[in-house]
Design a protein around this ligand. Structure first.
Ligand SMILES: Nc1ncnc2c1ncn2[C@@H]1O[C@H](COP(=O)(O)OP(=O)(O)O)[C@@H](O)[C@H]1O
Ligand code: SF4
Ligand SMILES: [Mg+2]
Length: 319
């Protein structure tokens, strides 16, 4: 197993009170797995991934534990996490194109980064060059400033950078959103290639584009208002989802293989609840066509078939 998350809760501390952004998340990602993470804006996708990398204020660790390769990650201690970031677990952030230091040439910037991780640049240079070949970037980029690269080139550079030490888990947070369709496809296919080449051992891929997940993800996890709603193989989520929210989400797509964006989700009546004072029980309750009395309690996330998990009183085995 690559990643194991057990009962993880993370809030944001604000002047108005705690935002209950992540509640009781229990989730595994296997070695070799690309897990797609889906759900409406604000459901907690970035918070989940960010808390595995750098849990900085106003984010507040509440409960739970995270294991990577069988070892516990000290996610509540930003300093201790330093030794794991980039080496064991790495993220391509949502605005990856701005992640490169604008006033440093790319080669020296990578050298600084590796030095800070006690890795010799010269030792790693042959592999770095190989990876530039993999993503189709000329070796000359090492002598360039980020502004000399196009958006797509910067994106690929950040992918090379974030996987240079072969992390166990690579997180990609909406990395294709700002790209044109052709570059989106190229970048997501590269992620699969990175796994095949051993540049990372597992990945979490966040996107609003289910058609990309359909092409590259082995599994899809759907979140709703801070909770996990459903996790299963990509085939199952797309063709036979069980959670009422997943069903509506998939049904709101124009057709499989076509991109969905925020506006299509308006096909589901109502809005997700605010997480500052979230409702008790199942947070999908006021939008759910199947809600009944029991739904005033939080439904547990249970395995209803092998590798198919769901949190719903009606559809789960506890119904
Ligand atoms: N810095 C912050 N302070 C307070 N609340 C936040 C902060 N960042 C995110 N949130 C809240 O946490 C919830 C989850 O946000 P986020 O993880 O960014 O969702 P997603 O990535 O799925 O769009 C949202 O309700 C959002 O408003
Ligand atoms: S637990 Fe109840 S409200 Fe929540 S999704 Fe299931 S049926 Fe709907
Ligand atoms: Mg996000």
């Amino acid at each position: 197993m690559s990643l194991q998350i057990e009962n993880l809760s993370v809030y944001y501390q604000t002047l108005k009170g705690d935002v209950h952004a992540l509640e009781d998340i229990t989730l595994d990602v296997k070695l070799g797995e690309i897990m797609g993470l889906a759900g409406e804006s604000g459901c907690g996708k970035t918070t989940l991934c960010q808390s595995l990398i750098y849990l900085n204020p106003p984010m507040k660790y509440m409960t739970g534990r995270v294991m990577l390769n069988g070892n516990e990650l000290p996610i509540w201690d930003a300093e201790k996490m330093n030794q794991h970031r980039f080496r064991d677990i790495s993220i391509i952030p949502q605005y990856a194109m701005n992640a490169l230091n604008p006033i440093r040439k790319i080669g020296p910037m990578i050298r600084d980064l590796l030095t800070s991780k006690k890795v010799d640049y010269k030792d790693r240079l042959p592999e770095l060059k190989h990876r530039l070949d993999v993503v189709n970037l000329p070796h000359d980029v090492l002598g360039m400033y980020p502004f000399e690269l196009s958006g797509g080139m910067k994106q690929r550079m950040v992918m090379v950078l974030s996987t240079l030490l072969d992390p166990t888990l690579l997180i990609a947070d909406e990395i294709t959103s700002a790209l044109d369709v052709a570059s989106q496809k190229a970048v997501s296919e590269l992620l699969v290639k990175f796994l095949d080449e051993g540049c990372c051992k597992s990945a979490i891929f966040i996107t609003h584009d289910i058609s990309i997940l359909y092409q590259i993800a082995n599994t899809i996890t759907v979140m709703y208002a801070g909770y996990l709603a459903e996790k299963a193989s990509t085939e199952t989520i797309i063709h036979s989802p069980r959670h009422p929210y997943t069903k509506l989400l998939i049904a709101s797509l124009p057709k499989i293989g076509v991109k969905y964006s925020e506006k299509h989700l308006k096909g589901i009546p109502g809005h997700p609840p605010l997480l500052l004072n979230p409702p008790i029980g199942c947070r999908f309750r006021d939008r759910c066509p199947l809600a009944f009395e029991k739904c005033t309690e939080v439904p547990p996330f249970v395995e209803i078939e092998k590798d198919h998990f769901i949190a719903c009183w009606r559809e789960g085995s506890h119904a």
